[in-house]
Write a protein that binds this ligand. Structure first.
Ligand code: VAH
Length: 310
C-alpha cells in the first residue's frame, strides 16, 4: 500500500488522486495533520498523521501494510522565513522518520520532494546545472539541501530506495497553494477571473522556473516507476518546464481576459525569488528516465482559465 504524508497540500492532493487512479483507491492512504481538505478526507482512506511523530507513522504503516511513502508535508519558502525553527523541525524530522523506517526495512520505497530553492544567490542563474554551487539563503532551501544530502547518504550507506525531484514553482487549479514564493503564478489566475486585476508581490521581470502540476505529477510517478538501476542520482533531480516573468504570464492571461490589469508591489518574497535561478537544466532527468514536460505557458493559461471559469 502507498501512504501520502501531507496529502492535503498543493502537490499531495493531486498526487493522491493520480495514485488512486493508477493503483486503486483502497491501495492509497492519504494523511495530513488536520481535516482541512474536506474533499480529500471524503475521497478515500484518510488518517490524521503528524509527520514529526515517528511512532504515529510507524503505527500507520503497520496498520495499512504500507510499503511506499510519498512525504509531501513541509513548510514552504515564504512561511519558512516567518517560522524558521518550525520549518527546520518539520522539514527535517519528517524526512529522518521516513528514511529510518526504510532503513529498518518497514517500508521499501520513498518519494521526497526537493526544490529549486536548494540553489542560492551564488548559483549560476540561467540553465542551472544538476551539479553546481548551492548556498540557499532561505530556511526552506537549507532544509532541502540538507535533505538531499541525507537521502543520498541513506541510499549509499543503507540501500534505502529514496527518489527525489527538485520541483520548480508549481501551477495548479485544484488546490490553493500555501506559503510559497512562486504562488503568485497561481493567485494571478484566481484574481484575473474574479476581479480582472492582480497586484503581484514580485517585480514584473522576476523570471522563475515553473511547471504545470499535470507535468509534475507525471514526472513524480515516472520517477517512482523507473527501474532502480536507471536512477543514477539519489540526491535530487533537476526538473525544468517553463520559465517566465509576471509580465509574461499576465500577457497570456490578457489574451483570454482583455480587460485584465496587473500591478506590482514587491514584498519580502522578492529577495527569495531573486536568490533562485531563472531557468533550469534537466538533461539528467531527460536522459535517465525520459522526462519531458508537455505544458508551455500558453497551454497552462488556457487550462487554468478553463477550469477556474467552470
Ligand atoms: C515555494 N512553491 O515557492 C515552493 C517551491 C520553488 C518554489 O519550493 O516555496
Amino acid at each position: 500500500k502507498i501512504l501520502i504524508i501531507g496529502a492535503g497540500g498543493q502537490i499531495g492532493s493531486e498526487l493522491t488522486q493520480a495514485l488512486r487512479a493508477k493503483y486503486g483507491n483502497s491501495n492509497v492512504i492519504a494523511s495530513d495533520i488536520n481535516y482541512n481538505n474536506v474533499a480529500l478526507v471524503n475521497s478515500g482512506t484518510f488518517e490524521i498523521l503528524d509527520a514529526q511523530d515517528y511512532n504515529a507513522i510507524q503505527i500507520c504503516c503497520k496498520k495499512h501494510n504500507v510499503k511506499t511513502i510519498y512525504l509531501m508535508a513541509a513548510l514552504l519558502s515564504a512561511t519558512g522565513e516567518k517560522f524558521p525553527i518550525k520549518a527546520w523541525d518539520l522539514n527535517t524530522e519528517s524526512l529522518f522518520h521516513v528514511l529510518n523506517l526504510a532503513k529498518a526495512k518497514l517500508i521499501d520505497k520513498i518519494f521526497w520532494p526537493s526544490s529549486i530553492a536548494v540553489f542560492g544567490p551564488t548559483t549560476p542563474k540561467e540553465n542551472t546545472p544538476q551539479y553546481t554551487v548551492m548556498e540557499p539563503s532561505t530556511v526552506y532551501g537549507i532544509t532541502k539541501q540538507v535533505g538531499e544530502r541525507w537521502c543520498e547518504y541513506y541510499f549509499n550507506k543503507y540501500g534505502v530506495d529514496v527518489r527525489s525531484i527538485r520541483y520548480p514553482g508549481l501551477i495548479s487549479w485544484k488546490t490553493q497553494p500555501g506559503g510559497g514564493t512562486t504562488d503568485y503564478a497561481v493567485e494571478i489566475y484566481h484574481e484575473a477571473i474574479k476581479h480582472k486585476k492582480y497586484e503581484c508581490f514580485l517585480s514584473e521581470d522576476s523570471r522563475l522556473p515553473m511547471l504545470y502540476m499535470d507535468d509534475a505529477i507525471k514526472a513524480t510517478i515516472d520517477l517512482m516507476d523507473a527501474d532502480a538501476e536507471d536512477i543514477k542520482i539519489r540526491s535530487s533531480y533537476n526538473l525544468a518546464g517553463v520559465s517566465f516573468t509576471p509580465k509574461e504570464i499576465a500577457a497570456t492571461i490578457t489574451k483570454h481576459i482583455p480587460e485584465f490589469e496587473i500591478s506590482y508591489n514587491p514584498d519580502f518574497r522578492q529577495q527569495i525569488a531573486d536568490s533562485w535561478p531563472g531557468s533550469i537544466n534537466d538533461d539528467e532527468a531527460r536522459a535517465q528516465w525520459n522526462w519531458k514536460h508537455q505544458y508551455d505557458l500558453d497551454a497552462i493559461t488556457k487550462d487554468m482559465i478553463k477550469h477556474l471559469k467552470a
